[in-house]
Design a protein around this ligand. Structure first.
Ligand SMILES: Cc1cc2nc3c(=O)[nH]c(=O)nc-3n(C[C@H](O)[C@H](O)[C@H](O)COP(=O)(O)OP(=O)(O)OC[C@H]3O[C@@H](n4cnc5c(N)ncnc54)[C@H](O)[C@@H]3O)c2cc1C
Length: 414
């Protein structure tokens, strides 16, 4: 790996990044055909290759510490690199959750051995990480999960099920939260594991969504033997690890992660939402009502960018508590869903009759089918509002019948 020059000023860094990108990274091709999420094995391989090129060139993990394979630079350097990388093919698929949620959890909560073992492999594209949090019984009450891991000497025996695991089919490890003690209240008996996805006893299935995507997976665990060395943080203190993970998830979903590199959607072929293109294609570029809708979308994104900058700066400076990341997570859903509504309104009937799987008005129809995803993925917006009211504004806590009750004595429906 090329050593980075820590004292380099931003302008010099920008020029060096510009030259390196031109010499080493392939130019982004404009692809009209959209690849269905879940049907994208080649894109995952490509993302790993591209990440390896960044790593070799000293431009991977720009804000990760140098001792774990990163560059140890401030977020401004990442921002500059992302600006310069526009127009180049980048491993966008690895941004969420691998680089912006899971690896930061290992960095913040993992043992020294785990950081040295896994982080360089993540940053070089060798391993992909995902999240095994939600369960068929529900995701909002995360601490109430029922997947259990029983200790047997140096190993744990894992049994249960997880669901809605984005991109798990392409992953090497998942951060998996399980119950290790049910005799204590729900938050106190949990443990986080870095679980290898191909261990004997794990059955992974794809879930087909209404838009045709099969990127979600569900996993069933039957007597999976997990080495105790895979515990992240302490046994029965998994809630602390999960809380950190939720912080990074809200930050990433909200658009404020310092660990993402490059811009654009996870689907490399998709590119940014193109409302002007849709208006042009449907002959409405001179329609004032349509221009107002496009202007509204641009204004929302401008507000979002400034909100992200303000909230992340305030959290970094301890002027706002960590749970304030829910503010940008919530605004992401508002912006995303308004975009979907606007896209559909402009495309009109062409959203239904337009060609599916290519950019243009038809894309607005399939985007709209996924509209509600933005208010669920990364924790629901209702939960974000709860967190903002209770932990940022200091309003009274929501009543919970299971508070301080040992988990095995909590009444639950069959
Ligand atoms: C795009 C996307 C990606 C995802 N990726 C992953 C992933 O990689 N890994 C993973 O583990 N999960 C993932 N999820 C699952 C996601 O975390 C859950 O959908 C989410 O936490 C909500 O859980 P649930 O769907 O079980 O709804 P439930 O928890 O059953 O909630 C149902 C509804 O009730 C509301 N509700 C529940 N409790 C309260 C309360 N106390 N106050 C007010 N309202 C409440 C919720 O807001 C929601 O609207 C993903 C989901 C989406 C849409």
């Amino acid at each position: 790996m090329t050593a980075s020059v820590v004292s380099e000023d931003l302008d010099t860094y920008r020029l060096r990044a510009r030259e390196w990108l031109a010499a080493n990274m392939p130019k982004q091709q404009v692809v009209e055909e959209l690849v269905a999420e879940g049907d994208d094995d080649e894109q995952w391989l490509r993302a790993r290759e591209l990440q390896a090129i960044l790593f070799k060139g000293g431009f991977a993990g720009i804000c990760y510490p140098r001792e774990y394979g990163g560059q140890g630079l401030a977020p401004e350097y990442q921002k500059v690199f992302t600006e310069e990388s526009a127009g180049y093919e980048m491993p966008i698929l690895l941004n969420v959750p691998t680089l912006s949620i899971c690896a930061p959890v290992i960095l913040d909560m993992g043992s020294e051995e785990q950081k040295l073992e896994y982080l360089p492999k993540v940053l070089s594209g060798e391993i992909v990480l995902v999240q095994f949090l939600s369960e068929p019984s529900g995701g909002s009450d995360l601490a109430g999960l029922i997947t259990r891991a029983e200790r047997d000497g140096d190993v744990f025996m894992l049994n249960g099920a997880k669901t809605w695991s984005t991109s798990a089919y392409a992953a090497d490890y998942g951060l998996c939260l399980a119950r290790t003690d049910s005799t204590v209240p729900k938050h106190r008996g949990l443990t986080m594991f870095l679980l290898k996805t191909d261990l004997p006893g794990i059955t992974m299935r794809r879930i087909t969504q209404v838009n045709g995507s099969t990127e979600f997976c569900e996993e069933f665990f039957d007597d999976v033997v997990v080495p105790a060395s895979q515990v992240v943080g302490e046994v029965n203190n998994g809630w602390a690890v999960a809380s950190r993970q939720l912080f990074w998830e809200r930050t990433a979903v909200g658009g404020g992660s310092p660990y993402v590199s490059g811009s654009g959607n996870r689907n490399a072929a998709e590119g940014e939402l193109d409302l002007i293109g849709v208006a042009e294609e449907t002959g409405q570029l001179a329609d004032v009502r349509v221009l107002e809708l496009i202007g509204e979308s641009y204004a929302m994104h401008e507000v979002q960018d400034n909100l992200i900058a303000r909230v992340t700066a305030a959290i970094t400076a301890d002027q706002l508590p960590g749970p304030a990341a829910s503010i940008i997570r919530l605004f992401h859903a508002e912006t995303d869903q308004r975009d979907d509504d606007i896209g559909l309104a402009i495309a009109g009937g062409a959203a239904v009759t337009g060609k599916v799987g290519v950019r243009g008005p038809g894309e607005m129809g399939t985007r709209y089918l996924m509209r509600q995803g933005a208010s669920l993925g990364g924790g629901s917006t209702e939960m974000s509002r709860n967190i903002i009211s209770e932990r940022v504004l200091g309003m009274p806590r929501e009543y919970a019948a299971d508070r301080d009750v040992p988990f095995n004595q909590v009444k639950r429906s069959r």
